[in-house]
Design a protein around this ligand. Sequence first.
Ligand code: CTP
Length: 405
Amino acid sequence: MSRSGFLSGKKIILGVTGCIAAYKSCNLVRDLIKLGAEVRVVITPSASAFVSPLTLSTLSKNRVIRNIFPDDLNGNVEVDPWHIEYGIWADLMIVAPCSVNTLAKINAGFADNALTTLITARRSPLILCPAADHDMYEYDITQSNIKALEARGVFIVEAEHGELASGLTGIGRFPENQKIIDAIYTVVSGRKKDLTGKKLVVSAGPTYEDIDPVRFLGNRSSGKMGYQIANAAFQRGADVTLISGPSHEYIYPEIKKISIRSASEMAKAVQGSVSKENTLIMSAAVADFTPSTIADKKIKKETGGISSIELKETEDILASIGGKFGYVVGFALETDNEMVNAFSKLERKGLDVIVLNSLKDEGSGFEFDTNSVTILKQDGSSNKYPLQSKKEIAHLILDAIAGEI
Ligand code: CTP
């Protein structure tokens, strides 16, 4: 069965090492195949103590390589330079989970088992997902191996903080598949950790303006675009803070999330993160109007109900922070005269960049996983990007500003 997805036609080698998280590699194989990849698995001898090669072979629909030399020669000599063939075949190699032992061996250039041999023979980019118990992960040699490999251009997906298989809580947890797949996206789309050292504040989602304790005025923003920007910026090495209205989107646990509800709470949170060191990406759909008063008890039908709501204008957050951030990206949602309105919004709000969303473009806007935008800059330049995933649009926005922040 052929699958479509961003990995359609991509050839991926998944390396699995001896680590309790090895069982999670089974789901990773399935997810990669669902996204269209062809997957071949290579494991270390100790990985098979944690996960069965037969399971990985069945899921990947390919043989699993465990030993450098053929398992059973039947007294005959067999030529199988599989490592050379695999090394040329692969578009990408990923080791997930990567034990601290294999991490150390890769950094030292060892080729003492099938997996480490293939690492030395491969031509493709390499992603490593180190995972271990807290103290093993924090061990200074493990940490210096991670840094050294990163400096060599290996893409590292750092382990997460949380409950570990040992029962301890700390750093070392294998990340969610979604984050690993996002890392693969970052690498196969040719991006790198080019935002390392940059600080980004991203606002996302709708705001809810309360009428009484049970009712509110809201809007249809899902938060998808802002969450994709925050996650993509983190993938590219940035230190990210997300200020979010109500949303169910997935955000990496390392990203500091400030949850807000109303436009005034959003204003306070954004104003609280003002710094010339920070770049603000204001993708939230902030309400322009809010009820003049909030009833402190539920408004009952018997006592007259609600026939009209008096509204007052909310504070324009972007206009209020003018010039206080190092760099500011705003969004514009327009239905008519899009370019003219967007440029005048950029001027009026003192922005460096404005991302124009046109509700006229099919498949764009709220609730969709796709979007089509035009990125306009203060110097008068503009670039229109056709309909594509919000993940790619997030990266395109970051591409447009990466050299300027
Ligand atoms: N925005 C803001 N504060 C508000 C309303 C909007 O900072 N109270 C920000 C949005 O996050 C977005 C940009 O302003 O980045 C443009 O939002 P948009 O709704 O398109 O423009 P408005 O200024 O509200 O103008 P209008 O609705 O009249 O088009």
